[in-house]
Design a protein around this ligand. Structure first.
Ligand code: DC
Length: 221
């Protein structure tokens, strides 16, 4: 069973997807964390994204995986604490627009999810990674709500940003993610849209679990 949860930055995907996976007792895969870990590796190695040979060499030498408690691993090292900083958010859209990097990440995602029932969250799960998935959701939320959520997350990391700065940053990332030529952020025709602006995380999880149960019941009746 594959459950695809896509949507723009800070729409509540991660917490929701984790909650849904927990409720159903299945695996959770945060694909954004994979692109963030690749970005961290690229930033740390000072790689020029325009240098195709260097990028291909980097991909060949880099292993992205998951450890205990969904830790994101870059070449076996837990980099979970580093990948959500604004320095990485700033560059991740450019890195995730590189076709060779997407190809490598999608391959890992398919490999992991082919062995496990899984909730995957990202931008292209329902359109590209698992277009045949039976359960697809697309989360959206007002940009001000998303910025407020991001502010809280960054505060927890010790970073202080104004709401206006974060609104600008989220809109910039939305624009880059939805206009790139490879696997842009777009709702799959058959994905169920959910606006989380006025929903708590628990309400969003409940909504998704109920829809999954309903779809399953319709199938068996
Ligand atoms: O969900 P997030 O903000 O952690 O994702 C970080 C970036 O990774 C996001 O700006 C777009 C990219 N991404 C992607 O291109 N495809 C995915 N499946 C997941 C994330």
């Amino acid at each position: 069973m594959i459950i695809a949860i896509d949507g723009p930055a800070a729409s509540g995907k991660s917490t929701t997807a984790q909650g849904v996976a927990q409720r159903l007792g299945i695996m959770y895969l945060n694909t954004g964390a994979m692109y963030r870990a690749m970005t961290l590796g690229i930033v740390e190695s000072g790689l020029d994204l325009e240098d195709i040979d260097a990028v291909q060499g980097f991909i060949a030498d880099t292993v992205i995986g998951f450890g205990e408690n969904n830790q994101i691993l870059l070449n076996g090292n837990n980099v979970s604490a580093k990948v959500h900083s604004s320095a990485i958010s700033d560059k991740v859209s450019a890195v995730s627009a590189v076709p060779d990097i997407r190809k490598a990440m999608v391959q890992v995602q398919r490999e992991i999810a082919s062995k496990n029932d899984c909730v995957l969250e990202g931008r292209d799960i329902g359109t590209v990674v698992f277009p045949e998935a039976k359960f697809k959701f697309f989360l959206v939320a007002d940009v001000a709500v998303r910025a407020a959520r991001r502010m809280k997350d960054l505060e927890a990391l010790g970073e202080s940003w104004s709401l206006d700065e974060l609104i600008k940053d989220i809109l910039r990332r939305d624009e880059l993610d939805s206009t790139r030529s490879h696997s842009p952020l777009v709702r799959a025709d058959d994905a169920i849209p959910i606006d989380t602006s006025h929903l708590t995380i628990d309400e969003t999880i409940e909504k998704i679990v109920n829809k999954i149960t309903k779809i399953k019941n319709e199938e068996t009746s």
